[in-house]
Design a protein around this ligand. Structure first.
Ligand code: GUN
Length: 296
């Protein structure tokens, strides 16, 4: 293996430390405690894990965590009423509605009901517009975490060729906007892209955000390129044996075939321990930012 491993876990710990020190200053100097409200509708197991982890880290950096768990059959009107209450609550500086929502709820409607100033996910249409026009906004946490790791590793990204594989509103599109803001030449590739391997091979930076386990092999990567793996996929791992209930054990993999890419890349993020921890650290940082802007 030749690639440098970009240690997102360690980087995220330093970001959380800075957030904690900022929170302490807000508390001691101004009597303000930043607060993050997380809303979970239903019992999606992966979402439950994420929400628990977000709540724990929020408390660890000294902020208030407000968790709202609603039944899977909660009506849109009830969910919108909760968001209205959180919008009006001056103790709540950040609001996150965990996605995906159950099918009967309109995600766009729900997200756009959040006060844009409290939209720590950066998904509200006005934050999307502000980011797209290079104005001060709330920036989506996963792409922000990726950008921070890239800047830390490279310094300036100016003039670099970046290929973002995946065109989601949560990661692919905002990632492309951020890279453009840092003067990269950006390509957004997706399932209909012609010659995806050839497109990826031209890139100095490859961001994989497709949600398909180990889809990007090493021979798609230009020697020395930086590979950022946004994927978190759980796959069966028969080599690890079976659980007590007889089911096959699982393991987490990214969208990138780590071993083969690490042979060619200059730097690469691992899964787990890469982008994932940075996403939560950026959520906490966004909450402090929202709190400071509210008290400006
Ligand atoms: N589900 C998967 N990723 C995210 C995220 O970044 N924010 C929210 N709200 N839901 C998600």
């Amino acid at each position: 293996m030749t690639a440098t491993i970009i240690d997102g876990k360690a980087f995220a710990a330093t970001v959380r430390k800075k957030v904690a020190s900022h929170v302490a200053t807000l508390k001691q100097g101004h009597g303000i405690t930043p607060g993050l409200a997380v809303v979970l509708v239903g019992e999606d197991p992966a979402s439950q894990v994420y929400v628990r982890s977000k709540g724990k880290m929020t408390v660890e950096v000294g902020m208030n965590s407000y968790e709202h768990r609603l039944d899977a059959d909660t009506s849109e009107a009830d969910l919108l009423a909760l968001i209205e209450r959180l919008n009006a609550d001056t103790d709540v500086h950040g609001i996150l509605v965990q996605l995906p929502l159950p099918g009967h709820l309109n995600e766009d409607l729900v997200i756009n009901a959040i006060d844009p100033a409290k939209d720590v996910d950066g998904f509200h249409i006005s934050n999307v517009g502000l980011l797209g026009t290079g104005q001060k906004s709330m920036v989506p946490c996963t792409p922000l975490g990726c950008l921070m790791m890239l800047r830390d590793h490279h310094g300036s990204l100016s003039g670099m060729d970046a290929v973002v594989i995946g065109r989601s509103n949560i990661v692919g599109k905002p990632m492309a906007q951020l890279l453009l803001g840092d003067s990269c030449t950006v390509t957004i590739a997706h399932s209909r892209t012609k010659d995806l391997p050839g497109v990826a091979r031209r890139a100095d930076i490859v961001i994989a955000a497709v949600g398909r386990p180990e889809m990007v092999p090493g021979d798609w990567i230009k020697p020395g390129a930086t590979v950022i793996d946004v994927g978190i996929n759980r796959i069966e791992a028969p080599e690890r044996g079976t659980n007590e209930d007889g089911s096959v054990k699982t393991r987490l993999v990214g969208d990138v075939a780590f071993d083969s890419c690490a042979e060619v890349a200059g730097a690469i993020t691992p899964v787990p321990g890469g982008v994932g921890p940075m996403t939560i650290a950026c959520l906490l940082a966004n909450t402090v930012t929202a709190c400071c802007r509210a008290h400006d």
